[in-house]
Ligand binder design. Sequence first.
Ligand code: 4AD
Ligand code: MG
Length: 483
Amino acid sequence: MSGITHRVAQLLSEGEPGSTVTVGGWVRTRRDSKQGFSFIELNDGSSMAGLQVIADNTVPGYEETIKGVQTGSSIRVTGELKESPGAKQRVELHAKSLELVGTSDVETYPLQKKRHSFEFLREIAHLRPRTNTFGAIARVRNRVSHGIHTFFQSRGFLYVHTPIITTSDCEGAGEMFTVTTLLQESRAQGQESRAESQEPSAASLDPGSSTLDYSTDFFGKKASLTVSGQLEAEIYATSVGPCYTFGPTFRAENSNTTRHLAEFWMIEPEMPFYELDDNMQLAEEFIKFLINDVLQNCADDMEFFNQRIEKTVLETLRHIVEKDFRRISYTEAVDILTSAGRSWDYPVEWGHNLQAEHERFLTEEHFQQPIIVYDYPRAIKPFYMYCNDDGKTVRAMDVLVPRVGEIIGGSQREHRLDVLESRIKECGLDPEEYWWYLDLRRFGSVPHAGFGLGLERMLLLLTGMQNIRDVIPFPRTPKNAEF
Ligand code: 4AD
Ligand code: MG
C-alpha cells in the first residue's frame, strides 16, 4: 500500500461513517476554533471538493504539529469518518493521528486563497494543478482520454501507435520540426577544430539551409516530428480494419493564438469501406459520446466550469448532444458568408480558406449549433483527399462548433491510383517519396476515410476555458517551452 487507504473522492461519495481511514494530501486552509481544535481542508486532487479534517489536542503531538499545517503543506491523517453536521459534505474525518509530511512557507507559497489570473498561473505550471480550475481540467482531460478509448474499443477499432519521428509531411503545409543530430555533431567538431586552429564555430549552421547534408544525418534523410499519424493509420486501416491513433502531434506554425499549440494531442480514426457520409456520421457520434461521458462522470467539475468559467457551457453541451449537426457544402458556406452583410477582416471568396471569424460566424451566429462543412476547393487541401467529379472540390470535411471553431478536420481519401499519382504531382510533391502510400492503392485498394480531433480543442469546448494553453498541462507555443 502507498501509506494511505483511500482517496478523498472515494470517501466523499461512499465512505462509511464509523470506519477508520488514512488519507494524504495538501492543505488548502486551516482554521482554529477557540475551543482548541482545528478544521483542516484537505485536497488530494481526486475531486473538486476537499475533505474536512477535525483535529484536537487528543491527537498525539497536536500542539507542535498543528503550527506547521499551513496552506500548501502536505499531511497524512488517520482517523474516524463521521457523518458531517454541515450541509456541504456527507462525511468528515476526525483525526486520531496527524503527520506533517512536508512543510510549506505561507509567505512564499505562490498560491493564495484569492483568485489568480490564468496568465500568472501559466508561469507556475508546476503548482497550478493544485488549484480548483486546473485540478478540474486534469480530471476532465483524463476522462475524455478514457472516453476516446471506450468509444473506439466498443466499436472494434484497433489502437495503433504511429511514429512520432517521420520522414513524410502528411499535411504538406511545411510546418514540421526537423529532427537532426547534425548540429550537435558539427558543434562538437567545431569546438575541436576551434581549439586546434582558432577557426570560427560551425554552430551557426541553419538546419533549413542547404549546407546540411541529411544523407549523413542520423536517419540518412531529413526527418521531422509528425504533424499527423494519418498516412500510417491508413496502412493499418487497409490491413486490420478500422483503427485509431491517439498521440502527440507537432506543428511549427508560428501562430500565437488561443487555439494553436506547437505540441498538441490528436485522435485520428481511419476506416476502410467508409465514404464521406459515413465519416461525418462517425465524427458526430464521437463528439456526442465524449460530451455525454464527461457530463455523466465529471458532474462536479462540470458544475464548477459552468459557475466559475463560462456560464453557458452546460447549456451549450446539452444543446450539442440533442440536435443533429447541420451539414453544408463549402460552396453553401461561402454563399451564406457573402450574403451576411458583414465586413470581414479576411474577405470571403470561393477558393480561399475559411478563417476563424467565418467559421465562428457560421456555427455561433448563423446556425447556432455544430456544423459540418464539406467539399472544399481542391487547391487549398492536401494531396490525399478524394477528388470530386466537378474537378474543383475534394471530399474534405471540417466539424465546427460554437466558441471553438474547427474541432475536427477529415476527409475521404483518394483511393484511385492514377488520380492519386497525378494529385501528388499537382501538389508539387514527388510520387517516389510516397511509393508505399501508392502501394496501398496498387494492392487491394478500397474507399476509406478518417478524421482528426484535436484533444485540446475538445477540452476548450467541454470546459469553457478560453485559452488552449490552459487545457494542456505544459503548453508549447512560440518562444515558450518551460517546464
Ligand atoms: O485539420 P487537421 O490539420 O487534419 C489533419 O491533420 C488530418 N491528417 C486528420 C485526419 O484526417 N486524420 O488537424 C485536425 C485537428 C484540427 O481540426 C484541430 O482540432 C487540431 O487537429 N489542430 C490543432 N490543435 C491545436 N493546435 C494546433 N496547432 C492544431 N492544428 C490542428
Ligand atoms: Mg484542418
